[in-house]
Each structure stands twice: as structure tokens, then as C-alpha cells.
Design a protein around this ligand. Structure first.
Ligand SMILES: Cc1ncc(COP(=O)(O)O)c(C=O)c1O
Length: 385
């Protein structure tokens, strides 16, 4: 009964999923406190108090029925003003489509633009779900490798473009590398795309607010004309389970009105119907709030100290809550298996199209990070021996 493709997907489940299952097994045997889980990017910090208060109040205050498929008009108005500030371009409420998180938003964009056989490019290392999202609509994922600095490599992108390339997805701050693409890189991408004006740039930005040292996240919509931004409150407000996000359509997008109509329709017929009503209002009220980045920073620095002591190199962790670490041996899967022997769970870079590295998500308590230190060092020593 089950579709071939889904059977295949379930059999070759992602590395994140495999680690999750391994974690559940280890926790059942040893107890949760004895397993050091760095596998999931599931924010563990509490949402900001203002968001919690808004939820409690709005639950009894507002109507919970359907609304226009693109979202509440007044929420879209507020978000247009907000995105206008972030991106330095003029936006109207019509340019905003409320979605079920960034994942829902990317699916809405892809449903709206892809014909079967079209290609969408991701830049490795990339978020594993992109391949599924693209294949949902009969598309094919092509991959261009970033440079060794984890920033987009324009030559690789140019080489990977074909006449079927419909869109390129970029993700900055990046999961898994933690890098923020600087403005000069986006300028380079703009110049390259000037030769391919029909390619849509999809900027996946759920980590935009999660940066360290106030490092600027450049305004993609201002720099690249044929672009849309997809973002969410999953990480910035620790509301991943509440499924709220939005798409902002840049003023230079081709066939803008047709695309907006298609996305509104896609939101409906993909079965989302509309983004969660209450969370739309919460997001509009909490645009200046964010989780406490000092906590993530402290954890990042604790984890870095462990890797420094083990002489392991890692990508510059400028944003997100991931450290992307070079495995001490070329085989990242073997290193992850050695970590599992120490009851430490991390995700092999192979899963992100970047073998030889391992992703540690530090959405986990400081005590867990400290307690994992000796095990990480033993695993390093073991694979090197
Ligand atoms: C790069 C990237 N894009 C999109 C998503 C999906 O986020 P959301 O919860 O907003 O759907 C994630 C979630 O981890 C992510 O890491």
C-alpha cells in the first residue's frame, strides 16, 4: 500500500533520525542522564516570557477560526513593516504569507514554482530536509559544494546550474556550519545570478536572530532582486513545535502577483489551510523578542574549549546553536560510532553532504556539555589509535 518513494525514505532514514533512535536505545539502557545528546536542533531554552504571556492571553481573547489562507491581514501588515526594516526594501502586507514554520514555507514556495523535472540547488553542507522538500513536487536537488571556509563557492554554483535550475536555496546563519554569509558573498551571488535572471533565490533564515557578537546578517532582499525569504519563530522564540513562520517576497521577484497567488493557494491545498491562528498573533507581538543568546554563547564556548583541548578544528561558529567539527579521522561515521560508545550522540557530516565533519547541536544543558568532555576526548584518542 505504501508508496515506493516513502518506503525508500523510511529505509534510508536520515542520520539525525538514526542518531535519535540510537539515543532512545541508549537512554532506555543507561538512563537519560547518562546519555549526552547533541543530535537534535530542538531548542531547549524557554520561549521569552512575553511570548508565553501573549499565548496565555490570546487563548481566551481571540477567535480561533479560519482566516484568509495567507494569514491575518493585520499580522501581515506588522510583519511587512518588520521585514522591511530587516531587508531595507519596501514591502506591503500582500508580500507576506504566513506559514507553518520555515519548513512549511519552503514547501509552499517549491509547490508554487516547480514543474516535474525542475532542479533546485542546495549548497553543501545543507539541511537534510531540502532533498525531501524538493522531491515532494517532482523536483530534483542539485548540490554545489561551499568552499573549505563553508561560504558559497561561486564557481561551483555556476558549474552546477543547468537549464532546469529553477531555484537556489541558501541558508545563513547556516545549519550545520554555524557560518553567516557576509555581504560580499551575497554581492558575488547577485552578480552571478544576473546571468540567470529567472533563477529564484530562496533564503532560508530561521536562524537570523541567532548570531554572536552582533555579526550582521545581510539583507538578502535588498541585495538579490529575484528572491524570497522564508523564516520562522522556531529557533528565535523557541517555538519550534508551534509551527509559525512566514515568507517575504522581495520587490524584484518575477511574476510577483502570480507567485503570491500561487503561494496562497499552495498554503491551502498542501493541507496547511493557514498558519496557526494564535501563533500568528503571538509572532506579531514578539518581533523584538528573542531567546537569551548569552546561554547559547556560554554553551558554545564550553564545547569549543573541549574541541580546542582535543585539537579538533571547527567552522567559525558565528550563529545558530551548532558546532561543525572536523573529525579526527576522515571517516565521520566511524567517529560518530566511537562517540556512541561513550554515549555521546552527534550527527555525521555525511548527512549534510559534507563527509569528514560532525555536527554537535548545543541545545543541551551546560552540565551535559561538561559531562561529555572526557568521553569526547576518549573517542578522539580511540579513533586515532
Ligand atoms: C536550515 C533549516 N531550515 C528550516 C528548518 C525548519 O524550521 P521550522 O521549524 O521553522 O520549520 C530548520 C530546522 O531545523 C533548519 O535547520
Amino acid at each position: 500500500m505504501v508508496a515506493q518513494q516513502m518506503l525508500q525514505y523510511s529505509q534510508s532514514s536520515s542520520w539525525i533520525r538514526k542518531m535519535f533512535e540510537e539515543g532512545a536505545r541508549l537512554k532506555a539502557v543507561h538512563g537519560a542522564g547518562k546519555v549526552y545528546d547533541f543530535s537534535l536542533g530542538n531548542p531547549d531554552l524557554p520561549p521569552p516570557p512575553k511570548a508565553l504571556a501573549a499565548m496565555a492571553r490570546l487563548a481566551s481573547e481571540m477567535s480561533h477560526g479560519y482566516m484568509p489562507n495567507a494569514g491575518f491581514p493585520e499580522v501581515r501588515q506588522t510583519l511587512a513593516a518588520h521585514a522591511e526594516q530587516e531587508h531595507g526594501v519596501k514591502l506591503t502586507p500582500e508580500d507576506i504569507i504566513m506559514t507553518c514554520g520555515a519548513g512549511g514555507g519552503i514547501n509552499v514556495v517549491l509547490r508554487s514554482i516547480l514543474n516535474p523535472g525542475d532542479e533546485v540547488m542546495a549548497l553543501a553542507p545543507y539541511f537534510v530536509e531540502y532533498r525531501f522538500y524538493v522531491e515532494n513536487f517532482g523536483g530534483a536537488l542539485s548540490v554545489a559544494r561551499c568552499g573549505e571556509d563553508f561560504l558559497p563557492d561561486l564557481d561551483n554554483i555556476r558549474r552546477a546550474i543547468t537549464e532546469k535550475t529553477k531555484a537556489i536555496i541558501v541558508n545563513s546563519p547556516n545549519n550545520p556550519s554555524g557560518r553567516v554569509y557576509p555581504e560580499r558573498v551575497l554581492h558575488g551571488l547577485r552578480d552571478l545570478l544576473a546571468d540567470y535572471p529567472d533563477i529564484l533565490l530562496i533564503s532560508d533564515e530561521p536562524y537570523r536572530r541567532l548570531v554572536y557578537d552582533d555579526i550582521p546578517v545581510p539583507p538578502v532582499l535588498k541585495i538579490i532582486p529575484n528572491a524570497v525569504v522564508v523564516t520562522s519563530a522556531s529557533k528565535s522564540l523557541s517555538l519550534a513545535g508551534e509551527r509559525i513562520g512566514y515568507i517575504a517576497v522581495g520587490p524584484g521577484v518575477h511574476e510577483r502577483q502570480e507567485l503570491l497567488n500561487a503561494m496562497t493557494m499552495a498554503n491551502r491545498i498542501l493541507g496547511f489551510v493557514n498558519a496557526p491562528a494564535m501563533m500568528q498573533q503571538v509572532l506579531a507581538e514578539c518581533l523584538t523578542c528573542a531567546v537569551d543568546m548569552r546561554i547559547y554563547r556560554k554553551r558554545r564556548d564550553l564545547l569549543r574549549a573541549i574541541f580546542d583541548e582535543s585539537s579538533l578544528a571547527y567552522a567559525p561558529p558565528e550563529g545558530t546553536f551548532y558546532l561543525f567539527v572536523k573529525a579526527p579521522i576522515p571517516d565521520d561515521i566511524a567517529f560518530c560510532n566511537a562517540l556512541v560508545q561513550e554515549r555521546i550522540l552527534a550527527v555525521p557530516g555525511t548527512g549534510f553532504g559534507w563527509p569528514g565533519f560532525v555536527r554537535f547541536a548545543y541545545c543541551t544543558a551546560e552540565d551535559t556539555i561538561r559531562a561529555a568532555g572526557p568521553g569526547i576526548m576518549r573517542a578522539v584518542a580511540q579513533v586515532k589509535s
